[in-house]
Ligand binder design. Structure first.
Ligand SMILES: Nc1ncnc2c1ncn2[C@@H]1O[C@H](COP(=O)(O)OP(=O)(O)OP(=O)(O)O)[C@@H](O)[C@H]1O
Ligand SMILES: [Mg+2]
Length: 356
Protein backbone atom coordinates (compact mmCIF):
# COMPACT_ATOMS: atom_id res chain seq x y z
CA UNK A 1 0.00 0.00 0.00
CA UNK A 2 2.70 2.37 1.07
CA UNK A 3 4.63 2.06 -2.21
CA UNK A 4 1.73 2.50 -4.63
CA UNK A 5 0.15 5.11 -2.39
CA UNK A 6 3.42 7.01 -2.56
CA UNK A 7 3.53 6.80 -6.40
CA UNK A 8 -0.06 7.97 -6.76
CA UNK A 9 0.37 10.68 -4.16
CA UNK A 10 3.45 11.84 -6.07
CA UNK A 11 1.46 12.18 -9.31
CA UNK A 12 -1.40 13.98 -7.64
CA UNK A 13 0.97 16.26 -5.73
CA UNK A 14 2.84 16.94 -8.96
CA UNK A 15 -0.31 18.11 -10.69
CA UNK A 16 -1.25 20.19 -7.63
CA UNK A 17 2.26 21.63 -7.60
CA UNK A 18 2.00 22.63 -11.26
CA UNK A 19 -1.28 24.40 -10.67
CA UNK A 20 0.16 25.99 -7.50
CA UNK A 21 3.20 27.16 -9.45
CA UNK A 22 0.82 28.84 -11.91
CA UNK A 23 -0.96 30.46 -8.96
CA UNK A 24 2.33 31.62 -7.42
CA UNK A 25 3.12 33.20 -10.80
CA UNK A 26 -0.21 34.96 -10.58
CA UNK A 27 0.54 36.17 -7.06
CA UNK A 28 3.85 37.54 -8.24
CA UNK A 29 2.10 39.27 -11.12
CA UNK A 30 -0.14 40.90 -8.57
CA UNK A 31 2.88 42.71 -7.23
CA UNK A 32 3.68 44.21 -10.62
CA UNK A 33 3.16 47.91 -10.76
CA UNK A 34 0.96 48.62 -13.74
CA UNK A 35 0.60 52.35 -13.08
CA UNK A 36 -0.13 54.55 -14.98
CA UNK A 37 -3.00 52.21 -15.77
CA UNK A 38 -5.38 52.63 -12.90
CA UNK A 39 -6.81 49.95 -10.67
CA UNK A 40 -10.53 49.67 -11.35
CA UNK A 41 -12.64 51.15 -8.58
CA UNK A 42 -15.47 48.69 -9.14
CA UNK A 43 -15.51 46.38 -6.16
CA UNK A 44 -14.53 42.84 -7.09
CA UNK A 45 -17.49 40.56 -7.64
CA UNK A 46 -20.04 43.36 -8.16
CA UNK A 47 -22.03 42.98 -11.39
CA UNK A 48 -20.82 45.50 -14.01
CA UNK A 49 -22.71 44.28 -17.07
CA UNK A 50 -26.05 42.52 -16.97
CA UNK A 51 -27.42 41.03 -20.19
CA UNK A 52 -31.14 40.47 -19.76
CA UNK A 53 -33.23 38.35 -22.12
CA UNK A 54 -31.57 39.72 -25.25
CA UNK A 55 -32.92 38.66 -28.63
CA UNK A 56 -31.44 39.67 -31.95
CA UNK A 57 -32.96 39.18 -35.37
CA UNK A 58 -31.28 39.83 -38.69
CA UNK A 59 -34.23 39.94 -41.05
CA UNK A 60 -36.27 36.89 -40.10
CA UNK A 61 -33.28 35.02 -38.69
CA UNK A 62 -33.14 34.84 -34.89
CA UNK A 63 -29.41 34.83 -34.05
CA UNK A 64 -29.68 35.49 -30.30
CA UNK A 65 -32.51 33.84 -28.43
CA UNK A 66 -33.25 35.06 -24.91
CA UNK A 67 -29.63 35.44 -23.86
CA UNK A 68 -29.03 36.39 -20.21
CA UNK A 69 -25.87 36.50 -18.11
CA UNK A 70 -24.02 38.75 -15.66
CA UNK A 71 -20.40 39.84 -15.84
CA UNK A 72 -18.73 40.82 -12.56
CA UNK A 73 -15.98 43.35 -11.89
CA UNK A 74 -12.48 41.95 -11.84
CA UNK A 75 -13.30 38.65 -13.50
CA UNK A 76 -12.20 37.12 -16.77
CA UNK A 77 -15.42 36.15 -18.45
CA UNK A 78 -15.46 33.76 -21.42
CA UNK A 79 -17.90 33.79 -24.32
CA UNK A 80 -17.64 30.39 -25.97
CA UNK A 81 -19.29 28.73 -28.90
CA UNK A 82 -18.70 27.44 -32.40
CA UNK A 83 -18.65 29.60 -35.53
CA UNK A 84 -21.94 31.43 -35.91
CA UNK A 85 -23.05 30.77 -32.28
CA UNK A 86 -23.61 34.49 -31.68
CA UNK A 87 -20.48 35.54 -29.72
CA UNK A 88 -19.64 38.55 -31.88
CA UNK A 89 -23.27 39.65 -32.08
CA UNK A 90 -23.69 39.71 -28.29
CA UNK A 91 -20.30 41.43 -27.96
CA UNK A 92 -21.39 44.13 -30.42
CA UNK A 93 -24.63 44.63 -28.48
CA UNK A 94 -22.80 44.93 -25.14
CA UNK A 95 -20.30 47.41 -26.58
CA UNK A 96 -23.01 49.46 -28.26
CA UNK A 97 -22.02 48.69 -31.86
CA UNK A 98 -25.36 46.95 -32.51
CA UNK A 99 -28.86 47.26 -31.09
CA UNK A 100 -30.74 44.30 -29.72
CA UNK A 101 -34.21 43.48 -31.05
CA UNK A 102 -35.53 42.72 -27.55
CA UNK A 103 -34.24 42.67 -23.95
CA UNK A 104 -31.64 44.99 -22.45
CA UNK A 105 -28.05 45.42 -21.33
CA UNK A 106 -27.50 47.28 -18.05
CA UNK A 107 -24.12 48.65 -16.94
CA UNK A 108 -23.41 49.13 -13.25
CA UNK A 109 -20.82 50.94 -11.24
CA UNK A 110 -22.45 50.66 -7.84
CA UNK A 111 -25.72 51.66 -9.54
CA UNK A 112 -26.84 51.51 -13.22
CA UNK A 113 -24.62 53.89 -15.22
CA UNK A 114 -23.47 54.49 -18.75
CA UNK A 115 -20.14 52.67 -18.87
CA UNK A 116 -19.83 52.74 -22.62
CA UNK A 117 -16.93 55.24 -22.56
CA UNK A 118 -15.00 52.90 -20.26
CA UNK A 119 -15.19 49.90 -22.55
CA UNK A 120 -12.43 48.94 -24.98
CA UNK A 121 -12.26 46.24 -27.62
CA UNK A 122 -9.07 44.46 -28.60
CA UNK A 123 -10.03 43.18 -32.05
CA UNK A 124 -8.43 40.26 -33.82
CA UNK A 125 -7.62 42.32 -36.90
CA UNK A 126 -4.91 44.93 -36.55
CA UNK A 127 -6.38 48.36 -35.82
CA UNK A 128 -3.18 50.37 -36.42
CA UNK A 129 -2.17 52.27 -39.55
CA UNK A 130 0.22 49.86 -41.24
CA UNK A 131 2.45 52.47 -42.93
CA UNK A 132 2.98 54.45 -39.73
CA UNK A 133 5.38 53.49 -36.98
CA UNK A 134 4.38 51.90 -33.68
CA UNK A 135 5.06 55.16 -31.85
CA UNK A 136 3.14 57.30 -34.38
CA UNK A 137 0.14 55.01 -34.00
CA UNK A 138 0.34 55.21 -30.21
CA UNK A 139 0.56 59.01 -30.33
CA UNK A 140 -2.38 59.24 -32.72
CA UNK A 141 -4.61 56.97 -30.61
CA UNK A 142 -3.57 58.85 -27.44
CA UNK A 143 -4.50 62.18 -29.07
CA UNK A 144 -8.08 60.90 -29.42
CA UNK A 145 -8.43 60.57 -25.62
CA UNK A 146 -8.88 63.47 -23.24
CA UNK A 147 -5.63 62.76 -21.41
CA UNK A 148 -3.15 65.59 -20.78
CA UNK A 149 -0.07 65.61 -23.04
CA UNK A 150 2.07 64.55 -20.11
CA UNK A 151 -0.21 61.63 -19.24
CA UNK A 152 -0.38 60.57 -22.90
CA UNK A 153 3.40 60.35 -22.96
CA UNK A 154 3.58 58.43 -19.70
CA UNK A 155 0.95 55.93 -20.77
CA UNK A 156 2.54 55.37 -24.18
CA UNK A 157 5.94 54.72 -22.61
CA UNK A 158 4.43 52.45 -20.02
CA UNK A 159 2.39 50.37 -22.47
CA UNK A 160 5.27 50.03 -24.93
CA UNK A 161 7.50 48.68 -22.22
CA UNK A 162 4.86 46.53 -20.45
CA UNK A 163 3.99 44.82 -23.74
CA UNK A 164 7.66 44.56 -24.74
CA UNK A 165 7.25 46.42 -28.02
CA UNK A 166 9.39 49.45 -27.17
CA UNK A 167 12.23 47.99 -29.22
CA UNK A 168 10.03 48.37 -32.32
CA UNK A 169 8.81 51.90 -31.71
CA UNK A 170 10.26 53.38 -34.91
CA UNK A 171 9.29 50.45 -37.10
CA UNK A 172 6.36 50.72 -39.54
CA UNK A 173 3.63 48.42 -38.24
CA UNK A 174 3.52 46.41 -41.47
CA UNK A 175 7.00 45.04 -40.69
CA UNK A 176 6.06 43.71 -37.24
CA UNK A 177 5.35 39.99 -36.91
CA UNK A 178 1.69 39.00 -36.45
CA UNK A 179 2.16 38.43 -32.71
CA UNK A 180 3.72 41.86 -32.15
CA UNK A 181 1.01 43.55 -34.23
CA UNK A 182 -1.51 41.94 -31.88
CA UNK A 183 0.43 43.22 -28.84
CA UNK A 184 0.26 46.69 -30.40
CA UNK A 185 -3.51 46.21 -30.72
CA UNK A 186 -3.66 45.69 -26.95
CA UNK A 187 -1.55 48.81 -26.36
CA UNK A 188 -3.81 50.93 -28.59
CA UNK A 189 -6.94 49.69 -26.82
CA UNK A 190 -5.53 50.36 -23.35
CA UNK A 191 -4.45 53.96 -23.90
CA UNK A 192 -7.77 55.23 -22.59
CA UNK A 193 -7.39 53.09 -19.43
CA UNK A 194 -10.72 51.25 -19.85
CA UNK A 195 -12.55 49.48 -17.01
CA UNK A 196 -13.93 46.71 -19.21
CA UNK A 197 -11.84 45.13 -21.95
CA UNK A 198 -13.13 42.79 -24.66
CA UNK A 199 -10.61 40.48 -26.31
CA UNK A 200 -11.89 38.93 -29.52
CA UNK A 201 -10.19 35.55 -30.08
CA UNK A 202 -7.02 36.90 -28.45
CA UNK A 203 -4.68 34.03 -29.24
CA UNK A 204 -5.78 32.72 -32.64
CA UNK A 205 -2.74 32.12 -34.82
CA UNK A 206 -0.17 32.84 -32.10
CA UNK A 207 2.76 30.53 -31.37
CA UNK A 208 2.75 28.81 -27.94
CA UNK A 209 5.26 31.27 -26.42
CA UNK A 210 3.30 34.32 -27.55
CA UNK A 211 0.06 32.66 -26.42
CA UNK A 212 1.46 32.25 -22.88
CA UNK A 213 2.56 35.89 -22.93
CA UNK A 214 -0.97 37.03 -23.88
CA UNK A 215 -2.39 34.96 -21.03
CA UNK A 216 0.08 36.54 -18.61
CA UNK A 217 -0.84 40.06 -19.74
CA UNK A 218 -4.56 39.30 -19.47
CA UNK A 219 -4.02 38.01 -15.91
CA UNK A 220 -2.02 41.14 -15.04
CA UNK A 221 -4.98 43.25 -16.19
CA UNK A 222 -7.29 41.11 -14.08
CA UNK A 223 -5.05 41.86 -11.11
CA UNK A 224 -5.83 45.55 -11.65
CA UNK A 225 -9.45 44.57 -11.12
CA UNK A 226 -10.21 45.27 -14.77
CA UNK A 227 -13.11 43.28 -16.14
CA UNK A 228 -12.04 41.13 -19.08
CA UNK A 229 -14.35 39.45 -21.55
CA UNK A 230 -12.81 37.08 -24.05
CA UNK A 231 -14.40 35.25 -26.94
CA UNK A 232 -12.56 32.07 -27.71
CA UNK A 233 -12.79 28.71 -29.45
CA UNK A 234 -10.03 27.33 -27.26
CA UNK A 235 -11.41 25.38 -24.33
CA UNK A 236 -8.03 25.13 -22.60
CA UNK A 237 -7.74 28.92 -22.78
CA UNK A 238 -11.17 29.39 -21.22
CA UNK A 239 -10.40 26.80 -18.54
CA UNK A 240 -7.07 28.41 -17.70
CA UNK A 241 -8.18 32.04 -17.71
CA UNK A 242 -11.90 32.39 -17.07
CA UNK A 243 -13.64 32.47 -13.73
CA UNK A 244 -17.00 32.25 -15.50
CA UNK A 245 -18.14 31.29 -18.98
CA UNK A 246 -21.22 31.42 -21.14
CA UNK A 247 -21.48 28.71 -23.75
CA UNK A 248 -23.64 29.66 -26.75
CA UNK A 249 -25.11 27.31 -29.29
CA UNK A 250 -27.20 28.63 -32.18
CA UNK A 251 -27.83 31.86 -30.29
CA UNK A 252 -28.93 30.17 -27.05
CA UNK A 253 -27.10 29.92 -23.73
CA UNK A 254 -26.55 26.21 -23.13
CA UNK A 255 -24.18 26.51 -20.15
CA UNK A 256 -23.26 29.33 -17.78
CA UNK A 257 -21.03 29.22 -14.72
CA UNK A 258 -17.55 28.63 -13.35
CA UNK A 259 -15.50 26.18 -15.48
CA UNK A 260 -14.71 24.02 -12.43
CA UNK A 261 -18.37 23.69 -11.51
CA UNK A 262 -19.42 22.99 -15.09
CA UNK A 263 -16.72 20.31 -15.37
CA UNK A 264 -17.94 18.70 -12.16
CA UNK A 265 -21.55 18.78 -13.34
CA UNK A 266 -21.22 17.95 -17.04
CA UNK A 267 -17.61 16.89 -17.65
CA UNK A 268 -18.08 13.19 -16.89
CA UNK A 269 -15.62 11.07 -14.90
CA UNK A 270 -11.88 11.60 -14.54
CA UNK A 271 -9.89 8.55 -15.60
CA UNK A 272 -7.12 7.06 -13.48
CA UNK A 273 -4.76 5.39 -15.98
CA UNK A 274 -2.52 2.70 -14.52
CA UNK A 275 0.17 1.58 -16.98
CA UNK A 276 1.58 -1.87 -16.28
CA UNK A 277 4.96 -3.38 -17.20
CA UNK A 278 3.55 -6.82 -17.92
CA UNK A 279 0.13 -7.69 -19.45
CA UNK A 280 -2.64 -8.17 -16.89
CA UNK A 281 -4.47 -11.50 -17.25
CA UNK A 282 -8.27 -11.74 -17.34
CA UNK A 283 -8.51 -13.47 -13.95
CA UNK A 284 -6.66 -10.57 -12.31
CA UNK A 285 -8.84 -8.06 -14.14
CA UNK A 286 -11.98 -9.82 -12.92
CA UNK A 287 -10.60 -9.77 -9.37
CA UNK A 288 -9.95 -6.04 -9.74
CA UNK A 289 -13.48 -5.45 -11.04
CA UNK A 290 -14.99 -7.49 -8.22
CA UNK A 291 -13.10 -5.52 -5.57
CA UNK A 292 -13.97 -2.16 -7.15
CA UNK A 293 -17.68 -3.01 -7.37
CA UNK A 294 -19.58 -0.46 -9.49
CA UNK A 295 -16.47 1.54 -10.45
CA UNK A 296 -15.92 0.99 -14.23
CA UNK A 297 -12.62 -0.64 -15.19
CA UNK A 298 -11.31 -1.05 -18.75
CA UNK A 299 -8.07 -2.57 -19.93
CA UNK A 300 -6.40 -1.57 -23.19
CA UNK A 301 -2.76 -1.87 -24.29
CA UNK A 302 -1.27 -2.56 -20.88
CA UNK A 303 -3.25 0.33 -19.37
CA UNK A 304 -5.97 -0.13 -16.76
CA UNK A 305 -8.46 2.75 -17.05
CA UNK A 306 -10.54 3.36 -13.94
CA UNK A 307 -13.38 5.91 -14.16
CA UNK A 308 -13.72 8.13 -11.11
CA UNK A 309 -17.02 9.99 -10.85
CA UNK A 310 -15.69 11.83 -7.83
CA UNK A 311 -12.38 12.17 -6.04
CA UNK A 312 -13.67 10.46 -2.91
CA UNK A 313 -13.25 7.13 -4.71
CA UNK A 314 -9.53 7.72 -4.99
CA UNK A 315 -8.51 6.21 -1.66
CA UNK A 316 -10.60 3.08 -2.21
CA UNK A 317 -9.08 2.59 -5.69
CA UNK A 318 -5.52 3.04 -4.41
CA UNK A 319 -6.16 0.48 -1.67
CA UNK A 320 -7.48 -2.15 -4.08
CA UNK A 321 -4.79 -1.54 -6.71
CA UNK A 322 -2.08 -1.74 -4.13
CA UNK A 323 -3.33 -5.00 -2.73
CA UNK A 324 -3.51 -6.65 -6.18
CA UNK A 325 -0.57 -4.95 -7.86
CA UNK A 326 1.92 -6.31 -5.35
CA UNK A 327 1.11 -9.89 -6.41
CA UNK A 328 -0.24 -9.86 -9.97
CA UNK A 329 1.34 -7.08 -12.00
CA UNK A 330 3.94 -4.32 -11.89
CA UNK A 331 2.89 -0.67 -12.29
CA UNK A 332 5.19 1.36 -14.52
CA UNK A 333 3.42 4.72 -14.26
CA UNK A 334 0.15 6.36 -13.33
CA UNK A 335 -1.71 9.26 -14.99
CA UNK A 336 -4.83 11.11 -14.01
CA UNK A 337 -6.84 12.26 -17.02
CA UNK A 338 -9.16 14.90 -15.67
CA UNK A 339 -12.44 15.85 -17.30
CA UNK A 340 -12.07 19.19 -19.11
CA UNK A 341 -14.21 21.99 -20.47
CA UNK A 342 -13.90 20.27 -23.86
CA UNK A 343 -15.78 17.30 -22.32
CA UNK A 344 -18.42 19.71 -21.01
CA UNK A 345 -18.88 21.11 -24.51
CA UNK A 346 -19.15 17.64 -26.07
CA UNK A 347 -21.54 16.36 -23.39
CA UNK A 348 -23.82 19.39 -23.60
CA UNK A 349 -23.88 20.02 -27.34
CA UNK A 350 -23.38 16.45 -28.52
CA UNK A 351 -20.51 17.48 -30.77
CA UNK A 352 -16.97 18.84 -30.68
CA UNK A 353 -16.21 22.56 -30.89
CA UNK A 354 -16.38 23.48 -34.57
CA UNK A 355 -18.90 20.74 -35.33
CA UNK A 356 -21.81 22.06 -33.22
N1 LIG B 1 -25.04 41.74 -40.12
C1 LIG B 1 -25.55 40.52 -40.21
N2 LIG B 1 -26.57 40.24 -41.05
C2 LIG B 1 -27.12 39.00 -41.10
N3 LIG B 1 -26.71 37.95 -40.37
C3 LIG B 1 -25.69 38.18 -39.51
C4 LIG B 1 -25.05 39.46 -39.38
N4 LIG B 1 -24.08 39.36 -38.45
C5 LIG B 1 -24.10 38.08 -38.01
N5 LIG B 1 -25.05 37.38 -38.65
C6 LIG B 1 -25.39 35.96 -38.41
O1 LIG B 1 -25.60 35.79 -37.02
C7 LIG B 1 -25.12 34.53 -36.57
C8 LIG B 1 -24.16 34.75 -35.40
O2 LIG B 1 -22.99 35.37 -35.92
P1 LIG B 1 -21.77 35.80 -35.00
O3 LIG B 1 -20.82 36.54 -35.87
O4 LIG B 1 -22.30 36.52 -33.80
O5 LIG B 1 -21.18 34.39 -34.57
P2 LIG B 1 -19.81 34.09 -33.79
O6 LIG B 1 -20.19 33.20 -32.64
O7 LIG B 1 -19.11 35.34 -33.47
O8 LIG B 1 -19.02 33.23 -34.87
P3 LIG B 1 -17.42 33.18 -35.16
O9 LIG B 1 -16.86 32.20 -34.18
O10 LIG B 1 -17.37 32.62 -36.55
O11 LIG B 1 -16.85 34.53 -35.04
C9 LIG B 1 -24.50 33.87 -37.79
O12 LIG B 1 -25.43 32.98 -38.34
C10 LIG B 1 -24.24 35.03 -38.75
O13 LIG B 1 -24.31 34.62 -40.08
MG1 LIG C 1 -17.21 36.13 -34.02
Amino acid sequence: MAKLGAILTFYILLSCFISMAEKVGTEKDKALQLAPLSKSTNSTGAVVVSVKNVKKKYGKKLVLDDVSFDISAGEIFGLLGSNGAGKSTITKIITGLENQSEGKVVYYSGKPVNLKGKIAIVPQAISAYLNSSVEENMRFFASLTNLTKEMQKKRIEYLLSWLQIDGFRKMPVEYLSGGYQRLLNIALSLISDPEIIFFDEPTVGLDPGMRKMFWKKIIELENLNKTIIITTHYMDEAEHLCSKITLLKNGKVVAYGAPKELILEYGGPSILQVNTKNPVDTVTLELLRKKLGPIPVEYVNKTINISMKNNQLFEQIVGVLDEIAQKKFVISSVDLKRATLEDVFINITGSKMGEA
